[in-house]
Design a protein around this ligand. Structure first.
Ligand code: KG4
Ligand code: ZN
Length: 368
């Protein structure tokens, strides 16, 4: 597609966790990225409360869609499709997005694309750095997932090389921030404190890096326990906890393992591009160390800007636009939210793809 007017105009809706995201893209061009977050409502609970998130999505949905359309300067009737996160994520939160997407797609007579949140975290980089090379190695690090994925086509082929066997990287950041009384979410605040700390002050363990350990799997639960014990011991001895050094040393242990394994996977598979996506990809030290190690190994690194790493609607629109561009089947009207949608399913295709007959669909199906 050379003429940009031929590129699909897609609106994407993201509600898998605590951000109500609505993005609009044309092909691989970002037109709007509206996000309403309920993070402040969860902060006092130290984690996302599903019911609170669902209610916040419901309240934010229509205003956020209106804001995105206005920002993009497009009319809803010009859209070529509506994409929505079908999973994985919080079931009730996902349901709000899926219901809204169905209602808009049905009312406007547009095809509906239920897409995978994890594949969206990878595809979003097309908005920043253009079409993804094929194949691409992706290090996906978010609040719920840490995986190494090899993809030859982000709409249809995502192959897991390895994944965490216990906690996700983001989960570890959130947990350590809680032990240090730094609030929620933990990633950004640990990132901040770590900048003023010494990453070599404390030698925390690097999980699954022994010669007999699986090369591409991760484990952060041992690290989490080691850091918590170290802090407890300091407190028990009546000593002050050096928060900045703990943050820096903990962060270094996480990003050292992530980048080491990602570069190794690229080398082993002969892939010369590494993409890093998901909320933890916003981490400044992860970005710097990945850049350093990729350069040394002759690998091209692609990481979206931090705002596109954390949850947003633009990433969903980006994957939706890629689905349209590649002629993937739209989802059927009985699309449902799947809180544990596997990473290997970039989208949830329909039983039929004849969207000229939307009027034949019964209204009940819209909300199933
Ligand atoms: O992708 P994301 O926004 O939501 C999920 O899909 O889970 O990722 C959220 C996770 C949280 O655990 C948060 O602490 C972490 O990403 N995070 C960070 C940073 N910003 C967000 N972790 C480390 N450093 C950051 N700067
Ligand atoms: Zn995410």
């Amino acid at each position: 597609m050379t003429d940009s007017r031929d590129e699909p105009l897609v609106l994407g809706i993201e509600t898998s966790c605590d951000e109500t995201g609505v993005g609009i893209v044309r092909g691989t061009t970002l037109l709007a990225d509206a996000v309403a977050s309920s993070v402040d409502e969860h902060a006092r609970f130290g984690g996302v409360v599903p019911e609170v998130a669902s209610r916040a999505h419901l309240e934010a949905m229509v205003p956020t869609i209106d804001r995105a359309l206005k920002e993009a300067g497009v009319s809803a009737k010009d859209l070529d499709g509506i994409a929505v996160t079908a999973g994985p994520g919080l079931a009730g939160a996902l349901l709000v997005g899926v219901s809204a997407a169905k209602a808009y797609a049905y009312a406007l007579g547009k095809p509906l694309y239920g897409v995978n949140h994890l594949a969206s975290h990878i595809c979003v980089d097309q908005l920043e750095h253009g079409p993804l090379p094929e194949p691409t190695m992706a290090l996906l690090v978010s609040g719920g997932h840490s995986s190494l994925l090899l993809s030859s086509d982000i709409t249809s082929d995502v192959r897991p090389m390895g994944a965490t066997i216990d906690d996700a990287a983001g989960e570890a950041f959130d947990k350590i921030a809680r032990v240090l009384n730094l609030g929620f979410p933990g990633g950004p605040v640990i990132d901040r404190y770590a900048r003023e700390g010494d990453p070599e002050a404390i030698a925390f363990p690097r999980g699954l890096t022994g010669p007999r350990d699986p090369a591409y799997d991760f484990s952060f639960s041992g690290l989490k326990t080691a850091v918590a014990r170290w802090i407890e011991a300091k407190r028990a001895a009546g000593e002050e906890v050096p928060v900045r050094d703990v943050a820096a040393s903990f962060q270094e242990a996480v990003v050292d393992v992530l980048t080491r394994k990602a570069v190794r996977a690229c080398k082993d598979e002969g892939v010369d591009h590494l993409m890093i996506g998901g909320g933890v990809a916003a981490n400044s030290r992860l970005r710097a160390l990945a850049q350093e190690r990729c350069e040394k190994a002759g690998i091209r690194l692609r990481v979206p800007r931090p705002k596109l790493c954390t949850d947003n609607g633009a990433m969903v629109a980006a994957l939706g636009a890629e689905m349209v561009a590649r002629g993937r089947a739209a989802s059927s009207w009985d699309l449902s939210a799947d809180s544990s949608l596997p990473v290997t399913d970039p989208h949830v295709p329909g039983h039929h793809h004849d969207h000229d007959h939307v009027h034949e669909v019964s209204k009940e199906n819209l909300y199933s």
